[in-house]
Ligand binder design. Structure first.
Ligand SMILES: [Zn+2]
Length: 125
């Protein structure tokens, strides 16, 4: 699976909503807004899973049908709504630092203090 997209680096966020936690299997989502729907799948195919977000909006979550990687989330009937590309899938992700954190009310408490957790360069054993 491969894609091309045009994103807005100013609209790059960490999302602590419960959907991002459950659907990613981790603590939060790292997303960037796709500009004017400029997303083009260049190889492979995507599957769509429909969910209701904490905002109450219908969200279509797309993922690679082959490996299960989440690619984007959008609200098709609201083109102006956040069209969130999962930044972990972007080759240039080093350039996309989050500018804000949203849905902090459902965040894991420790997520705000990662520096307090001991760090290693690699995982032991
Ligand atoms: Zn979220």
């Amino acid at each position: 699976m491969a894609y091309k997209a045009v994103v807005d680096p100013e609209r790059c966020a960490i999302c602590h909503c419960q959907n991002c936690q459950v659907n990613s299997g981790t603590a939060f989502g790292w997303v960037v807004h796709i500009r004017d729907g400029q997303f083009e799948l260049t190889r492979g195919s995507l599957k769509i899973f429909e969910a209701i977000a904490e905002s109450g909006r219908r969200r279509c979550l797309s993922f690679c049908g082959n490996c299960g990687t989440r690619i984007y989330a959008q609200t098709p009937e609201q083109p102006d709504a956040f069209f969130g590309l999962r930044v972990g899938t972007v080759r240039q992700r080093q350039l996309l630092a989050p500018r804000q954190q949203v849905w902090c009310r459902s965040a894991q408490d420790w997520a705000f203090d990662l520096l307090a957790i001991p760090r290693k360069e690699h995982q032991d054993g």
